[in-house]
Design a protein. Structure first.
Length: 432
């Protein structure tokens, strides 16, 4: 790509410092280290956008204008510091936490998602909403608010595994479908597109049929009724079990010496067997997870760990709520070469195709020193591409936008749609 072409693209993206050649000097004067680092990140972002084909679309004037995108997340601490920089100068926010504190959680996860949105669809209007973390009803209230506020695209990169049966069923998904399809007078279509991360749970998830061992506990594999759990940090660990059957189970978490540290409780606001055992781990400790049938007939179930890893896992079937729903577009993570990253969740061949798409990660960020990775960074990329496409075809319905994303995706991994990479890597048509 020639110098003039690169300068035009970068200026069109609003990235003034990311010029071709050396980033250590401007007008013959050396940049200070902070400015040089920022210029390098902007250059990397421009390269990422060009890889997705967004450079041509933005230069043609399609930058998400006229589209409202909502980001549902639990972490927006310090978002005002990024207004007019990483984020638009103005965003609309709404809090559905019980304490009313929009920035109550010490996390910038939602800001990272919003940065991706703004870089890829810089003229889209952003709505930011948060909810009470353990309340599915408050989440649905937040989803209804963004939909009623005119959001055509919703993106969520937070997992709530036990809110569904793990296969797209349950009361939560029925309610979410009704919200997404509710009539709205101010736009032509009553539908909205909901994007969600597939999850980073491929290496901390197990699914299959309950099989009792001689001690009455479930066998994760023949003669093994203990599944070792290693926490990532001292933060809370949640071991969650969910499934379709009305059968009730129990989860026991013990230290290596056999002392019980947590026993499961029902997950509030959910139906079926959804339970969770939560605890604060000790440093450098390993724990043991066991599952026992409480009452009912044994059946299939899912178990996932949030905040740690399991020693015995099954990758397939690890796409978690909300991404497991048919009304939701699930997005996994791949390298630029199209290889699924080991942690990126996979669907089951027997179920509906999940994930729907994959996106390349990591995404360069100005919010922190570490690049934004995981399926959390994948979902907002797909949502932003949909916004740019919709700004080109404002008369299209949500289903037409979704169909074009399927048509323009690049097939990666196993030929054809599959449960690891869906329809392929997100992309826009070559010509706007």
């Amino acid at each position: 790509m020639g110098l003039d072409r690169r300068v035009c693209i970068i200026c069109g993206l609003g990235i003034g410092l990311a010029l071709a050649g050396s980033l250590s000097r401007i007008d013959g004067r050396p940049l200070d280290p902070e400015a040089a680092a920022l210029a390098s990140i902007h250059r990397d972002q421009a390269n990422h956008l060009a890889f997705l084909g967004l450079d041509r679309w933005q230069l043609s004037g399609y930058r998400g204008q006229g589209i409202k995108i909502a980001i549902l997340d639990t972490g927006f601490r310090g978002y005002r510091d990024y207004l007019g920089k990483t984020l638009p100068a103005r965003v609309e926010t709404r809090c559905f936490r019980d304490d009313g504190n929009f920035e109550g959680k010490d996390s910038q996860h939602g800001i990272l998602c919003a940065e991706v949105m703004h870089a890829l669809a810089p003229e889209a209007e952003l709505l930011l909403a948060t909810w009470e973390p353990d309340s599915s009803e408050r989440f649905l209230v937040a989803a209804r608010w963004v939909k009623d506020s005119g959001a055509q695209i919703i993106s969520c990169s937070v997992l709530m595994p036990s809110w569904s049966d793990g296969d797209g069923g349950g009361d939560f998904h029925q309610k979410l479908r009704r919200i997404l399809r509710s009539e709205r007078i101010d736009v032509g279509s009553s539908d909205a597109l909901f994007f969600a991360c597939a999850g980073n749970t491929a290496q901390r998830h197990w699914t299959g049929r309950f099989q009792a061992g001689t001690d009455g506990f479930h066998e994760w594999q023949p003669s093994q009724t203990v599944n070792n759990l290693r926490p990532w940090s001292s933060d809370r660990v949640s071991v969650e079990l969910y499934g379709q059957a009305a059968t009730q189970y129990e989860i026991f978490v013990r230290e290596e010496n056999g002392e019980e540290v947590s026993r499961s409780k029902p997950v509030s606001g959910t139906a079926g067997p959804s339970i969770a055992a939560r605890f604060l781990p000790q440093p450098q400790s390993t724990y043991q997870v066991q599952v026992r049938l409480k009452h009912g007939k044994p059946g299939n179930f899912h178990l996932v760990v949030l905040g740690g890893t399991l020693s015995t896992v099954t990758c397939q079937g690890s796409v978690a709520c909300p991404a497991d729903g048919t009304e939701v577009i699930a997005v996994g993570a791949v390298t630029r070469a199209g290889r699924r990253l080991d942690y990126s969740s996979c669907g089951l061949e027997a179920q509906s195709l999940k994930p729907d798409f994959v996106a390349p990660v990591p995404f360069p960020t100005t919010v922190r020193s570490q690049a934004f990775s995981g399926t959390s960074a994948a979902a907002p990329q797909a949502a932003a591409l949909a916004a740019v496409l919709w700004s080109r075809h404002p008369q299209w319905s949500a289903e037409q936008i979704r169909a074009m994303l399927v048509k323009s995706a690049h097939d990666v991994g196993t030929p054809g749609p599959d449960c690891e990479t869906g329809f392929g890597m997100i992309a826009l048509p070559e010509a706007p």
